[in-house]
Design a protein around this ligand. Structure first.
Ligand code: ADE
Length: 236
């Protein structure tokens, strides 16, 4: 079954962009997934096809209109569409591999790209948009975030990655950082490949890699190992 992605955006020319090359691009050409864009401008109002307006209550910037966004969403995702509707937004749940896996296991996604200062809250409620962030920084729009999300999802679709990242490898990679990798030449600027890797002992190699991954994770991202930041015990 083809994974169906629909992207609502003011800038359809940003797509497929990076999703049209490499792994995702090949999968797109092979119809493992499909990508359609909905140009928000086509649903704008008035002679100038306005999509945004000034914020109620005052303040800087512009806000995407609820009616315009709803029109674009309804055109591609009528009631009964089983796909989740996502709104790329720095306010959202931070994207992680668990959410990526969940999306990849589903029928597709409707991905709405925010712009300007924000989106009228009423359309988020009325169309049940799930806000998703790709990290704690602010982009000028949701499009690069949508590309990141779809790239992560598409690589998990059946047949896209071949023998790489098969079940076991993938769950291992999800909670540990990658162990260091080496390839030819044997010596680079006086630095040799760790001898264990040329020992031919697959058990030892696997244990060494696991140890390296754990050490790296403990040093750089202890929270991935379930470590919680030290907190003072409650008083009293
Ligand atoms: N739009 C602007 N910033 C974003 C972010 N960090 N994640 C998702 N969408 C965004």
């Amino acid at each position: 079954m083809t994974f169906r992605a629909s992207v609502v955006t003011l800038f359809p020319e940003m797509f497929p962009g990076p999703l049209g090359v490499s792994l995702a691009g090949r999968a797109l050409a092979e119809a493992v997934w499909s990508l359609e864009t909905v140009a928000l401008r086509d649903f704008g109002v008035g002679r100038h096809r306005a999509v945004d307006d000034t914020p109620a209550g005052g303040g800087a910037g512009m806000v995407l209109r609820a009616d315009v966004l709803a029109g674009a969403i309804d055109a591609v995702s009528p009631p009964g569409d089983m796909r989740p509707r996502l709104l790329m937004s720095p306010r959202g749940r931070v994207l992680d591999q668990a959410l990526v896996r969940e999306l990849a296991a589903g029928p597709g996604a409707v991905v709405v790209c925010g712009r300007f200062e924000g989106v009228d809250e009423r359309v988020i409620e009325a169309r049940r948009l799930q806000e998703v962030s790709i990290g704690d920084y602010v982009l000028s729009g949701g499009e690069p975030a949508a590309i990141v999300l779809l790239d992560a999802v598409v690589r998990l679709l059946p047949g896209v990655m071949g023998n790489l990242a098969s079940g076991e490898e993938e769950s291992f990679a999800a909670d540990l950082l990658e162990y260091p990798q080496y390839t030819r030449p044997q010596v680079f600027e006086g630095r040799s490949i760790p001898t264990v890797l040329i020992s031919g002992d697959h058990g030892r190699i696997a244990r060494w890699r696991r140890g390296q991954a754990e050490k790296l994770t403990a040093g750089r991202r202890p929270e991935l190992l379930g470590a919680t930041p030290k907190k003072a015990p409650p008083e009293g």
